[in-house]
Design a protein around this ligand. Structure first.
Ligand SMILES: [Zn+2]
Length: 227
């Protein structure tokens, strides 16, 4: 059974790895999206402010026209001076508004420049991820079919192994590969090179129970004793 599992291992690695890889890519796309999104929100806020300023400026230029008309109707020096002061103040606030609009436009332009590349990158990654996701299901299906073909006959071994041993074997199998290794005639675990005691070696030869290496946890067997 361990031999069957060993030959199916490269397929199982892909079966485990492909969804993990996809998940990692999903996360990367999500992070980039959040980053771009944050900057995008700042840009939208600047755009909203710019629009507000535009509206304000329109109101102020209306005020300027009204103030001009009033100034033309001034009946004496005092009224003329007051109208002139009002005109001056409106002109100043228009000037301020224009400066602010220029600043906002600068912010928007800069953010747009900064975002251009990450946005293109995000689009490309999203597209690639989508394609990968679409091709994953059939690929996994294919791999499963391939694995099932290789592991034909495995079940008959499973029924011969005590359940706790089998469960443990299944648990360690994805982590340590191969999960079953030979003990050399010199009593060395070929998985991790640990020296196994002669007593354990003899117990393994007797095949009465299953033994695992104390260091690497792999199940041990002695070559000539495999039935
Ligand atoms: Zn070992």
């Amino acid at each position: 059974m361990a031999e069957i599992d060993a030959s199916a291992r490269h397929i199982e690695e892909q079966l485990e790895g492909i969804p993990l890889e996809l998940e990692e890519r999903r996360q990367a796309v999500g992070e980039l999206e959040a980053l771009v999104g944050g900057q995008g929100e700042q840009m939208q806020a600047a755009e909203a402010l710019l629009k507000e300023q535009e509206g304000d400026l329109k109101l102020r230029s209306d005020m300027l026209s009204r103030s001009r008309a009033k100034s033309a109707k001034a009946r004496n020096m005092r009224e003329a001076e007051a109208a002139e002061r009002e005109l001056e103040s409106i002109r100043r606030s228009i000037k301020d508004g224009e400066v602010e609009m220029e600043r906002l436009q600068g912010v928007i332009n800069r953010t747009r420049d900064i975002l251009a590349e990450p946005l293109a990158e995000l689009e490309a990654q999203k597209k690639a991820l989508e394609e990968a996701e679409q091709s994953t299901a059939p690929r996994l299906e294919e791999l499963r079919a391939e694995r099932d073909k290789i592991t034909v006959g495995r079940d008959q071994y499973v029924t011969q192994i005590p359940k706790p041993i089998y469960r443990r074997y299944e648990r360690i199998r994805p982590k340590i590969h191969p999960a079953v290794v030979e003990v050399s005639p010199e009593c060395i675990c070929t998985g991790c090179r640990l020296q196994v005691s002669l007593q354990t070696y003899n117990l393994i030869i007797r095949c009465e129970d299953f033994y695992a290496c104390q260091q690497c946890n792999r199940y041990l067997y002695v070559k000539d004793e495999i039935i």
